[in-house]
Design a protein around this ligand. Sequence first.
Ligand code: 3PG
Ligand code: MN
Ligand code: MN
Length: 523
Amino acid sequence: MSKRPVVLVVMDGVGISDKDYGNAVNNAYTPTLHELKATSPNTAIKAHGLAVGLPSDGDMGNSEVGHNALGCGQIYSQGAKLVNESIESKDIFKTDTWKALVDKCKDHGKMHFIGLLSDGNVHSHINHLMALIEQAKADGIKEVRVHALLDGRDVPETSALIYLDQIEAFFNTVNDDHFHACIASGGGRMKITMDRYQANWPMVEAGWHTHVLGEGRQFASAKEAVETYRSETGVIDQDLPAFVIAKDGKPVGTIEDGDSVVLFNFRGDRAQEISLAFDSEVFTEFDRVRKPDVMYAGMLQYDGDLKIPNNFLVYPPKIKHTLSEYLVKNNIRSYAISETQKYGHVTYFWNGNNSQKFSEELEDWVEIKSDVVPFEQRPWMKSAEITDTLVEAIESGKYDFLRTNFPNGDMVGHTGNYEATIIGVEAVDLCLERIMKAVKKVNGILIVTADHGNADEMYEKPKKEGDKPKAKTSHTLNKVPFIIYNKDVEIAEGDFGLANVASTVAKLLELEPDSHWLPAIIK
Ligand SMILES: O=C(O)[C@H](O)COP(=O)(O)O
Ligand SMILES: [Mn+2]
Ligand SMILES: [Mn+2]
């Protein structure tokens, strides 16, 4: 076994672009990254599209698929692709879950769809929603209600009306004397429903009050809600307040006994808490006031270990042969740390969407609590605290493989605030310097990489010359850095992606990589 510990740093959302305009990576003061790139073996690796199991190379990477690929060394077809295929083959509608959803509400109830209304393809896709509604109608459902979470984070920051117009136009094509679909409620995805890793349960409670109880400010249409809130608050879509659609003062789609509910998001992190609120008999996170007797199903199974939710429509990729499992088999002691916002990324996503360790004895996981604030107000986030704890773990000599995620490039990048994102990237650089020193001190090896881009493009390309630049909040299609510090290695020939990292880690630990994994990036 290797005597040299390997430390892997994921700089979330820090991609590579040679375009300097609006690039919060290139324009940040990052002496450590510059030194690393100038003096250590490094290359650029793919983190989007087919290289991480997404339907096409037009799909930007994201944390789920990125950390899955890093942690398992293979390319699995991911949720976005699996749902496409299941809808295309119609297998999704042959499942017992779909049949139970239809049976529950067919005669006297409504079928509700809660989810992110966009074509971002990170958590959901509007095409999936339309396919489900079409089939609901074909199966004899009479009333459909959509609870629309507004995106502006995986798609342009003020694009909500595009998707609302699209879904309203679709309703016009399917609505008739026997069938009626409409929007019932909604709000910005960072305001209600889509919290993750239990960072902010009140967000989910607010979503419950909006979607289930129909409580909140009333509007005649979602478009009116968006336009009103925009003019009143000036915030971007992800931060728009909650709204309830009502007619004559009465909400058009509260969730009642005898209804069915589908959460049409396929990605798990931000889908688990609301799923627990629907599924749990005993629930203590907030007072649900009323728990309707519904058939609830997720688009996918969101956590295979914890079995969330109880019912789902499409099986997630069955990710096997993960690096963590392999390290445990080889008696390697590992350590994972991040702050709440990305804690699940280095544990649950890293382990193939499983939230359990393979070995309590050999694995330690540490969560630093994230602030609950708009991150442009604290762009350094908890990077210093993560680093304090990680450096201690490195110097303790207790671990052979240590991994961390610094959320800054991504979480601050998603706010669309260019200046704050520069500070976020600089904070990570400052921490990298400390980690380098600790690694050097114990004669370890450091890998610096990222899961996808974000901070590297902070402005949308203007539609025409002379247009004012518009902030870009979403991820990018760019490659990410892959740097090895404190070990003289040669980068191999080839076109590498995130799924080539696991073998590389194994090699640096002087282990034979698992035969299921893509080859190492080093010779
Ligand atoms: O959930 C989010 O915050 C974004 O949709 C994607 O960001 P992530 O993939 O980096 O978590
Ligand atoms: Mn990410
Ligand atoms: Mn992100």
